[in-house]
Design a protein around this ligand. Structure first.
Ligand code: SAH
Ligand code: SF4
Length: 382
């Protein structure tokens, strides 16, 4: 079996080349061909000795993901569906803006966390993606876009691990992929422009701080444990006080001087003035202006049984946080006409975890904590 070179960061590729009897600078050349030039065939790599190219042909491969479909939104957002085998497909989204190009990458086929408001969570979990499958999303998108836009320079300036999956539950495969993104011989992205978004795996936040401190976004969604338990089941394991403390610790290593908290605005569930005030109190328990809030208007999908908060409510919520001295922005929805917006990525996942059974059990555990208004309280577990 040949080695998929997309699975390797530069260190890994150096070890691989040494085994072939090649020096480190050959690994650097090879790495640049793959990631900077988007080469797929070893014969393209004309400055490598023919003998090395022959060795590579028998021992290595550069394996892209198979594109199942591509959708382009009226706002320019592009969504790709990639086949990852075994009946599973994952999604990747490119979001063009005036001053940047952001790629939203998946880390798992499905997700085992099972958040109530998330379409991926409703699909259940199939498996972790490999480093190569995480990197292949960027490799494909960057080089596809350069060809398409006829540009020589970089198109993707930012990566957010906000596609399908919980990146910190796939830590071992995630970290080498992040290193490829950051490497100057790879994509050369700044740590500030690579964001890991997590629902809050506390010990892994501390490990990320040591191993590869990129920008951190944490999905909070509730100001207290009773409510968060019902929305993000992981909260039962890592409750809010522990999570917020871990975020504060991360700050000493973070490439920016703040942590971003994401908060999905659910009508009548977590969007009241009281919630906003409680939230402000919670983060202010740690001194300094150390976090920002990003309010995400809920993107509905049929099985959720939840509704998006009204724009006035979102504004009022943002005002309370801002007045408390916490910088708060409201995320613009992009690509919703092609189901590419936050939380709408469902791909095609062969669930192996009986997610619906778990969701139902969790919902009935603490029904009092969910204040879904009467007219929306149907089909929650459908
Ligand atoms: N698992 C990670 C990253 C993927 S989800 C996490 O949870 O952080 C990326 C972001 O989309 C998270 O903040 C998540 O809470 C949000 N999200 C999920 N479903 C959503 C929905 N239906 N509408 C709006 N945002 C959603
Ligand atoms: Fe998983 Fe994130 Fe969706 Fe929660 S919001 S189910 S952690 S992908």
């Amino acid at each position: 079996m040949t080695v998929n070179l997309l699975d390797l960061d530069l260190e890994g590729l150096t070890v691989f080349c040494e085994r072939l009897g090649e020096k480190r600078f050959r690994a650097v050349q090879l790495f640049r061909w793959i990631h900077q030039k988007g080469a797929r065939q070893f014969d393209e790599m004309t400055d490598l000795a023919k003998s090395l190219r022959e060795k590579l042909k028998t021992s290595a491969r550069i394996e892209p993901l198979a594109v199942v479909s591509q959708h382009i939104s009226s706002d320019g957002t592009i969504k790709w569906l990639f086949d990852v085998g075994g009946g599973n497909a994952i999604e990747t989204v490119f979001i063009p803006e005036e001053d940047r190009g952001t790629l939203c990458i998946s880390s798992q086929a499905g997700c085992a966390v099972g958040c109530r408001f998330c379409s991926t969570g409703h699909q259940g979990f199939s498996r972790n993606l490999t480093t190569g499958e995480i990197v292949a999303q960027l490799w494909f998108a960057e080089h596809f876009l350069r060809r398409h836009l006829q540009r020589d320079e970089r198109v993707i300036s930012n990566v957010v691990m906000m596609g399908m999956g919980e990146p910190l539950q796939n830590y071992g495969e995630l970290v080498p992929a992040l290193r490829v993104m950051l490497d100057d011989h790879g994509y050369g992205l700044s740590r500030r422009r690579v964001t890991v978004s997590t629902s809050g795996i506390v010990p892994m936040i501390d490990r990320l701080a040591q191993d590869c401190p990129v920008a951190l976004a944490v999905s909070l969604h509730a100001p207290n444990d009773a409510l968060r338990d019902t929305l993000v089941p992981l909260n039962l394991k890592y409750p809010l006080a522990q999570l917020v403390a871990a975020c504060h610790r991360y700050l000493a290593f973070a490439p920016r001087d703040f942590i971003t908290f994401e908060y999905c605005m659910l009508d009548g569930v977590n969007d009241t003035d009281a919630c906003a005030r409680q939230l402000a109190e919670r983060v202010k328990a740690h001194p300094g202006a150390w976090c920002k809030f990003n309010l995400i208007p809920f993107n509905p999908f049929p099985a959720s049984g939840l509704l998006r908060s009204k724009p006035e409510r979102v504004q009022a919520f943002a005002r309370i946080l801002n007045d408390a001295g916490i910088t708060t922005t409201v995320r613009k929805t992009r690509g919703d006409d092609i189901d590419a917006a936050c939380g709408q990525l469902a791909g095609d996942v062969k669930d192996r975890t009986k997610v619906m059974v778990r969701m139902e059990r969790n919902r009935t555990l603490r029904p009092h904590a969910l204040q879904v208004s009467a007219n929306t309280d149907t089909g929650v577990s459908a």
